[in-house]
Design a protein. Sequence first.
Length: 300
Amino acid sequence: MSKAEAINPLAQRNTEKKPVPKDIQGMLKDPRIHAELSLALPKHMTPDRLARIALTEFRKTPKLAQCEPKSFLGAVIQCAQLGLEPGNSLGHAYILPFDRRENVNGKWQTVGTDAQLIIGYRGMIDLARRSGQIMSLQAHAVYEGDHFDFAYGLDERLSHIPTSDIEKRGELIAVYAVAKLVGGGHQIEVMWRSDVEQIQKQSKAGNNGPWKTHFEEMAKKTVIRRLFKYLPVSVEIQRATMLDENAESGSQDNRGFYGEATGDVFDGEYEQQADAKKSESANQSEAQGEDQSGMFEGAQ
C-alpha cells in the first residue's frame, strides 16, 4: 500500500470509474447527470425538476422505453441547453420516439428507435422573449368564419377579428405570426393551410405525434420558425430552429450529446468532489435542522 493510500483509504476507490447506468431511469436519477444538466440549465430551471419531468414523459409514452437510452438522455440535455421543459404541461417541447431506418443490403430496415426533440410553438415564443431582441411575439390561427385581411408591401397591414360563433367558425385556413422588435418596427409572416400541410407532408412525424394531436399548435410553430428567418435572433433560437428542422426531416441525432454528459464527469475525481459536497451539505442540514427530501419526491 502506498503512502497516499495509507493516508487516504478513499484514494484507490476514487481512481476507479463507476459504471454508467444503462437504463433511462437510472440515468435520470444519477447525481452526476444532474450535475451536468445544472451546467447547461438557465437560472429559472433546476436539474431535479427537469429530471422529474423527463421521467414522467418517459413513463407516459411506452415506446420511449424502446429508444436507445443515449438518444433519450441526449434529448433531455438539448432541453437543458435551451432552457425548455418537455411535455404537454407548458407545450415548450416534446420528446418522441421515432424508428431509425437504414439501408441494409439494398433494403430499408428499422434498425433501432431514437428519441427526438420536437420544439413546440410556446417554446419558440419563450426563446424569442428571452433573446432580448424581440419585444413581443404572437402566433394565431385563422378560421373560415373570421374576418382576416392582410397585405405585404410598403404599407404592410394585418387585421384579424375571430368570429364569436365558435360552432360555425369552420376549418382552419391560415396561421400568422407577428413580432415587435425592441428597436422599433415589426415583422409579419402568414402561411395558408396548404403551405403548412406541405411542411407536414415533408415531416417524418407528419402522420403521428403532435402533427395529429395538436395540428394548430404545430402550424403556429411552423409560421414562427419561418418568421425567425427575418428576425435578429439569438444563438439559442438558431439552435432550436435547426433542431426542429432536423426532427422534421428525420435527421436529428441526439446520441452524440450523451458523450457530453458521460465524459469526465463519470470518473473518480468527480466522485470525490461529489462526496465532499454531499458531506458538507449534510453537515449544514444537520446543524440547521433541515429535512432533506428525496430527489423524486414532492410535486413537480
